[in-house]
Design a protein around this ligand. Structure first.
Ligand SMILES: [Zn+2]
Length: 145
C-alpha cells in the first residue's frame, strides 16, 4: 500500500518462506540496516534498496549480468553472479522497475545476438516488435542466461 505522493517503501514479506532472513547488517549498504535483511545466493545480506540501486547502476552502464558488489577482502568484490529472477525477488522490484530492467535486458540481448552475427532477419534488429517478442520469449523461458 502506498501513501499518495511518496514512493512506495520496499520491504520483504516476513512470511515469505522462499527468502532466507538474517540478523546481520546489509553487506552492501550499512545505512539501510533497520529493515528486514535477506541473504542472496552468494551469501551476502541485503535489503531491497541495495541490490536495486547496484543493479540499476550496472544496467544503466550497459551490463545485464549482475555480480555481487559486497567487499570480501580489502577492495576485492564478491563478484558472484545473481540471476535476474533472484534480483527481482530480493530487490523487491516494482512493476515499473521490472519493466525498466526487462526492456533494457531485451535490448542488450538483441544487440548481443546482432554482434555475434546470429541468424536473425535483418529487418528485425531495430523493430520494436522484435524486442517485444524477445521480451515475451525470455519471460516465457524464465531465464536470461
Ligand atoms: Zn556476495
Amino acid at each position: 500500500m502506498s501513501i499518495q505522493g511518496l514512493p512506495e517503501m520496499k520491504g520483504y514479506d516476513p512470511l515469505d518462506t522462499t527468502l532466507r532472513f538474517v540478523t546481520r547488517r546489509d553487506d552492501l549498504d550499512p545505512i539501510y540496516d533497520d529493515s528486514l535483511r535477506a541473504e542472496m545466493s552468494c551469501g551476502h545480506a541485503v535489503t531491497p534498496e541495495s541490490p536495486t540501486q547496484w543493479c540499476r547502476n550496472l544496467l544503466d552502464q550497459g551490463h545485464y549480468t549482475f555480480k555481487g558488489p559486497a567487499l570480501v577482502e580489502g577492495t576485492t568484490r564478491c563478484n558472484k553472479a545473481w540471476s535476474y529472477q533472484e534480483v527481482r525477488r530480493l530487490a523487491d522490484l516494482s512493476v515499473e522497475e521490472m519493466q525498466h530492467f526487462e526492456d533494457n535486458m531485451a535490448r542488450m540481448t538483441a544487440a548481443r545476438h546482432c554482434f555475434q552475427g546470429e541468424s536473425l532477419p535483418d529487418k528485425c534488429y531495430n523493430s520494436n516488435i522484435f524486442l517485444i517478442n524477445l521480451t515475451s520469449f525470455c519471460r516465457f523461458k524464465g531465464s536470461w542466461d
